[in-house]
Design a protein around this ligand. Structure first.
Ligand SMILES: C[S@@+](CC[C@H](N)C(=O)[O-])C[C@H]1O[C@@H](n2cnc3c(N)ncnc32)[C@H](O)[C@@H]1O
Length: 303
């Protein structure tokens, strides 16, 4: 099942993303004659076949939507072999690395391929992702998934320890992305991989100590514009609120910090209703720090 074709109708063997409700999704490969248990009861694969992607499918106790896979939907349904990057960080990586069709990107480690899918989708049809992973099984599974998803022509998966051996390509990349336990040890290899005219580098690290070491190494190797950011989403809830109108009577206006003034507010019989955006009580916490840097033309640097 290709992530890149324009097909509209679901066929036998296609990958679909089942949307089962708020933040509840599963991936499913459609197979004629089979059934699949969902929170809404049994789903017959035959009920999905020949339907357009996006169709609502009835189950015994509810309904689901059968969606066409995208890198974003894959990220929330893939089988985790490792920690992965999520779409909040991924979107910033794509923007800050200035990725677009035709770009050549180097990545390590491949991990579960979450970020890789988004990179490949961004650089196709002429661009290429070279992704490196030192865990052999992870490299194999990622390669199979990229092929299954129609990306085979735009990605090369290499089983390799990039800290020990570097990337096997020099002067080729527009951008390099590192998601490694000791990223500072791969900065020189990243520099070698970048084109002579330079490019962008990103390192993702959960710990600030790794960030510090990586920034020092970037600086030593003449990377510039070094910036570290953390991406957090704050979802505001828009709600109607009711609030008493203050009845100030004949007295002098008082400070709101004054107990008497607050008392006046509470006693008022008049109230106004208005819409307001309420900040979240809880929010998803820290994932990692994204450090970006620019390498200008290699011939002009001091290393
Ligand atoms: C956190 S995962 C990457 C997740 C990936 N960014 C994603 O979104 O799915 C880190 C990966 O780096 C790999 N790795 C660690 N050290 C490595 C090295 N020296 N060379 C190549 N890969 C390495 C690990 O095996 C692991 O799969």
């Amino acid at each position: 099942m290709s992530f890149v074709n324009d097909k509209d109708v679901i066929e036998d063997g296609d990958l679909v993303i089942l949307h089962l409700g708020q933040q509840n999704m599963q991936k499913l490969t459609v197979s004629k004659g089979k059934t699949h248990q969902t929170r809404w009861g049994c789903l017959r694969h035959d009920d999905i076949l020949d339907k357009p992607f996006g169709s609502r499918i009835e189950c015994a106790n509810g309904y689901i939507y059968a969606l066409k896979p995208t890198p974003e939907l894959w990220t929330v349904t893939l089988s985790h072999r490792t920690q992965i990057l999520y779409s909040t960080d991924i979107s910033v990586v794509i923007l800050q690395l200035d990725l677009k069709p035709g770009k050549i990107v180097v990545e390590s480690g491949t991990g579960s391929g979450s970020l890789s899918h988004a990179i490949i989708r961004t650089v196709i049809p002429d661009g290429h992702l070279y992704t490196y992973e030192f865990h052999e099984q992870r490299a194999l599974v990622a390669k199979e998934e990229f092929t299954d998803h129609g990306f085979a022509d735009n990605v090369t998966v290499t089983h390799r320890d990039v800290i020990e051996r570097g990337f096997d390509l020099n002067d080729k990349a527009d951008a390099v992305f590192l998601d490694l336990p000791n990223p500072q040890q791969a900065v020189a290899h990243a520099r070698d991989a970048l084109k002579p005219e330079g490019g962008r580098l990103c390192s993702f690290s959960p710990c600030i100590e790794q960030v510090q070491k990586t920034c020092v190494e970037m600086s030593k190797l003449d990377f510039q514009e070094i910036t570290t950011m953390e991406c957090l989403i704050r979802n505001f809830e828009v709600r109607s609120l009711k609030m008493a109108t203050p009845d100030m009577g004949d007295i002098e206006p008082l400070s709101y910090a004054d107990d008497n003034a607050l008392g006046l507010l509470c006693q008022s019989e008049q109230a106004v209703t208005f819409k307001s955006a309420i900040p979240p009580q809880q929010q998803a916490g820290h994932t990692g720090y994204l450090t970006f840097a620019t390498l200008f033309h290699k011939s002009t640097d001091t290393t």
